[in-house]
Design a protein around this ligand. Sequence first.
Ligand SMILES: [Zn+2]
Length: 355
Amino acid sequence: MTHAIRTTGLLRSRDLFVHDGTKLRRIRLSASVQTVFLIAAALMLAWSAFAAAHFIGGDKAGVAAGDTTQMQQLAVATEQRARLIEQRQKLLATMLAGGDVDPSALPEISETASLPAAIAAPLARAETKLAAEEAAAAERLEQRYRTATRELKKLGLSPKRLAVGGPFEPATKSDPTFKALFNSWKKLDSLQDGVIAVPSDKPVKTAEFTSSFGVRNDPFGRGAAMHAGIDLAGPHGTPIYATADGTVTDAGFNSGGYGNLIKLDHGRGIETRYGHLAAFSVRAGDRVKRGQLIGRMGSTGRSTGSHLHYEVRIDGRAVNPIPFMRSTDYLASIKSRNGHSMDQIALGGPSRGKR
Ligand SMILES: [Zn+2]
């Protein structure tokens, strides 16, 4: 059995970690267990080789040589299949952690020689368990996708507007369970990329909500007028932050009433505006990140006191920014991989706002 013992060098103990999004489970495939199965298989092979030699009348040396080759083939096949399980495991863990998965990393179905039942059984058990975890993870990702799209639709944003690219169809011959999981992940991932453009952060950390979106009495006494944004009052110089990733399209004085105005283009037809500023921290053409300081609160333009006039526009049309700011919780959940900490919005609705 010396050749069987030698093959232990080819085998490594493996801890296969399966994370289903709620708990981490460990499947241990020890080298010793793998070796025991190999020895058992070797005995079976040796027996069949012996029997063949005995009944057919071949020479003993030939049998021994064939035995060693078969042992090595078995060890290699075992190694390949275990490696494939590990590969799927790692990708599953990466996906659930919200990391990036390279499509080329998609494991292909291995074309290894069929293994004797004694070796195949523990591997098959690990594969079955893994497939179940993958299916559960895919369902969880689908659930998150459905929740996110439902909430985005409430904001007037179609998933089509935000998602980039269609579902991924891998060219590789991969495991169907894993392929389904990968497609669910890819779908959510492309939506996540688009959600970067959704202005869901707060433009001011703490502020007093002084005027809501919609028709109101003009503060300059000119009767009912449409208010295209919300007003957030605070001390002169209060920091103003970008509410989503984007590009500064305008940072200058606006004679139409906005005063010192910053316009951010977030792509996908989404724009935010920050008016009445005292100072600018960015210039036209700058790329900004969500939460980045862009300016200081002031009272320039058509303003009665230090406040920020904040607007969200979709395809040029002003929409109520409040639902966007309230979307932080579920959007944060699908954006978790970006590491943004977005605390609950402290702003009240129109009923709590002073007119
Ligand atoms: Zn305003």
